[in-house]
Design a protein around this ligand. Structure first.
Ligand SMILES: [Zn+2]
Length: 274
């Protein structure tokens, strides 16, 4: 699943190409991925609108439009959002095609269809919870004080589960939760309440470090993820624990352990992470 670094890479790729481009037509729209509004209302509201500056909130891609609406896309498990020439053949599982005045098309493809497309004024989308509340973002300056919330730090939940909670940290998923815990040398099964203030601080900086490094490598292409132009990211080669269960820990050489926590396979080192 695309996490913060993958979504950020796509947003940075597409931003200069979408800014001030007019959306000429909505060519196709699969109602399965369209959560709000109906396909007809979507077409009516989006056609003719001009794109503002593309942004990311957690794992959501936000395209502000000249109409005052936000076009919001969540890539789910297998979604990709790419800019292609209008003459390129349309690949299977393409659920949304937005024709731009540049002759290019923004295409949303999603074989497993867990992703979603939403359109409306930001306040309305937030109020109706079509956009869920989100915690601080590891790329924000304000993240230094993270988590800064007693409800989080006194919780009996496993710290791995806490990292997957979008209301605690926006944009984190299974890959970068494991990587950050490894970098911070903290065992994923530890309860949140057992972490000291300095350990929380270490974990917070580890989150920022792993996210920034993955962005530098243009994201992790484990299976489906592609950047805004359809190319693979290179962060997979630099992952230290994710996908490496049973392989030697890069720090101590002992085999990495795997355990299910919060329903997700979690990989860590029994010796290096305490
Ligand atoms: Zn180790």
């Amino acid at each position: 699943m695309p996490e913060l670094p993958e979504v950020e890479t796509i947003v940075r790729d597409l931003r200069p190409h979408l800014r001030e481009r007019r959306l000429e037509a909505v060519i196709s729209l699969n109602p399965v991925v369209l959560r709000f509004p109906s396909a007809d209302s979507f077409r009516g509201a989006a056609a003719g609108a001009v794109f503002g500056i593309l942004a990311r909130r957690g794992k959501f891609i936000h395209a502000p439009l000249s109409t005052g609406d936000h076009l919001v896309i969540h890539l789910g498990m297998t979604g990709t959002l790419t800019l292609e020439d209008g003459s390129e053949p349309v690949r299977p599982h393409t659920h949304l095609r937005l024709q731009l005045d540049s002759g290019q098309e923004l295409r949303y493809r999603d074989p497993r269809r867990f992703g979603r497309v939403i359109l409306g004024p930001l306040a309305q989308l937030t109020r109706s919870r079509l956009l869920p509340p989100m915690g601080p973002d590891p790329l924000d300056r304000a993240f230094a004080g993270w988590p800064g919330n007693g409800r989080v730090t006194s919780s009996a939940r496993a710290v791995k589960a806490v990292l997957l909670d979008q209301e605690v940290v926006a944009g984190c998923g299974n890959i970068y939760a494991d990587e950050a815990l490894y970098l911070a040398r903290l065992r994923p099964t530890r309860t949140a309440a057992s972490l000291s203030a300095s350990q929380w601080a270490r974990l917070g900086s580890a989150l920022t470090v792993v996210m920034k490094e993955a962005i530098r490598r243009r994201g992790t292409s484990f299976s489906d993820y592609r950047d805004g132009f359809g190319a693979r990211g290179e962060a997979y080669e630099s992952l230290m624990v994710y996908g490496r269960a049973g392989l030697p820990c890069v720090r101590c050489g002992r085999p990495l352990a795997a355990q299910r926590i919060a329903g997700r396979t979690t990989v860590y080192c029994r010796w290096c992470q305490r």
